[in-house]
Design a protein around this ligand. Structure first.
Ligand SMILES: Cc1ncc(COP(=O)(O)O)c(C=O)c1O
Length: 402
């Protein structure tokens, strides 16, 4: 697979694309360049397309189960890419990471109990927690010299205070981690994850890790799955993975919930039975093709993405005064800091949507710490990326001159 596929502009309009066909609904106007929702503008791996076409030609689409072959492919993928040794019985297939998260929160919290989030964070997390009857507990990330870190002291305080000093606060029962972190782009280190996991084990907090961005890691950064940190930690964890980000198959939902602990797995399965779906036939075919034949395509995608990230960071940091791009260690997303422009939230939105006519995810959607920021998705052709950054550059120049 040549890099050209990534470099070509694929017209996605008229395909019911959330990113391209719903611009008016989301941003209030049709003429924006959409660089928000986290899917890629290029086609998935040819092996995935072929597998789906072949299966479609069979023509019979009856009830389906995942089976041994999928198990083996998932296990090999995790072993070969991350050195993560997973047992077959740990795997629970579902129709998406977010539905699985909703189910896990329902299964492991009682109404009003706390789920710890680390804002600014992927905004559907808030809805997932609130709609499941739980309460968000915030453990806000620290931004220090352009790098985000976890605030462990605050986390420990929250655990102690909720159970003792301030009993009215929701007691944290679940820690919902995003690894790598969307939107700030951190790939949490082994040391950070060990510290976090130890706090969770000590305070009887189930650690649920959303690792949907696991494949997007650059340079010397290394993705570490929480269960690989040791038996006690593994026993207190649920990890969510999916080929849908790495292979751009979000429209073919398929995810795997990895639950090493038998009791936790049974509770999850009992709660989700007849409520949570499994992958559709095409989601399953995509998963199998991706995990069996997708390595090479994925690696070329990663090298294209890395170039887009570097281009974004250099352009923003050298050519757009008042705006700073935080260099991501992982994900397909770049977190842009507009605070240097001294705009309020309405003015920032007006700058991006009204003046630059680009559709980014506004930082405030991600909760505390997101104000003054915006997230740009760089999984697009270089031409689209250049155009988007040029639009932002011109709009910033215009407000600075006025
Ligand atoms: C951190 C994170 N989790 C989950 C999802 C969505 O997962 P799914 O489509 O499998 O529900 C996304 C999509 O952008 C994401 O960024």
């Amino acid at each position: 697979m040549s890099g050209n596929t990534f470099n070509e502009r694929t017209d996605r309009t008229g395909t019911n694309s959330l990113k391209w066909d719903y611009r008016k609904e989301v941003f209030g106007r049709e003429d924006i360049l959409p660089m928000w929702v986290a899917d890629a503008d290029w086609p998935t791996a040819p092996s995935v397309v072929d597998a789906i076409v072949d299966r479609a030609k069979h023509g019979v689409f009856g009830y389906t189960k995942t089976g041994d072959h999928a198990d083996r492919l998932v296990i090999n993928w995790l072993e070969n890419r991350y050195g993560w040794d997973v047992d077959r019985e740990w795997l629970v297939y579902t129709n998406g990471v977010i539905p699985s998260l909703s189910m896990a929160i329902r299964a492991f919290t009682h109404s009003g109990e706390g789920v710890v989030l680390q804002p600014p964070v992927y905004y559907p997390f808030y809805e997932v927690v609130n709609k499941s009857g739980a309460k968000v507990v915030k453990n806000v990330l620290h931004l220090d010299q352009g790098r985000y870190t976890m605030d462990f002291e605050d986390l420990v305080d929250q655990c102690v205070n909720s159970s003792k000093a301030l009993p009215i606060k929701p007691e944290p029962k679940i820690m919902l981690l995003c690894n790598p972190h969307n939107p700030v782009g951190r790939v949490w280190t082994k040391q950070e994850l060990t510290k976090l996991s130890d706090i969770c084990v000590k305070n009887d907090i189930l650690l649920i890790s959303d690792d949907i961005h696991a494949e997007f890691v650059y340079g010397d950064n290394k993705y570490t799955p929480v269960p690989a940190l040791g038996e006690e930690i593994s026993d207190n964890s649920i990890t969510l993975i999916s080929p849908s980000k790495a292979f751009n198959t979000a429209g073919l939902p398929a995810a795997v919930t990895v639950i090493p602990n038998k009791k936790i797995r049974k509770t999850f399965q009992d709660t989700s039975s007849k409520l949570l779906g499994s992958p559709s036939i095409f989601g399953l075919e995509a998963l199998k093709a991706a995990y069996s034949e997708g390595n090479e395509w994925l690696d070329s995608q990663l090298s294209y993405l890395k170039q887009n990230i570097d281009y974004t960071v250099q352009t923003v940091n050298n050519e757009i005064p008042g705006v700073h791009a935080i260099e991501p260690e992982g994900t397909m997303l770049v977190w842009l800091d507009f605070r240097g422009l001294k705009l309020n939230e309405e003015e920032l939105e007006d700058l991006l949507v009204g003046e630059a006519k680009v559709g980014l995810d506004l930082g405030r959607w991600f909760g505390t710490g997101g104000e003054g920021f915006a997230r740009i998705n760089v999984a697009c052709s270089r031409e689209t990326l250049k155009e988007g950054l040029l639009r932002i550059k011109r709009a910033v120049r215009d407000i600075s001159c006025s």
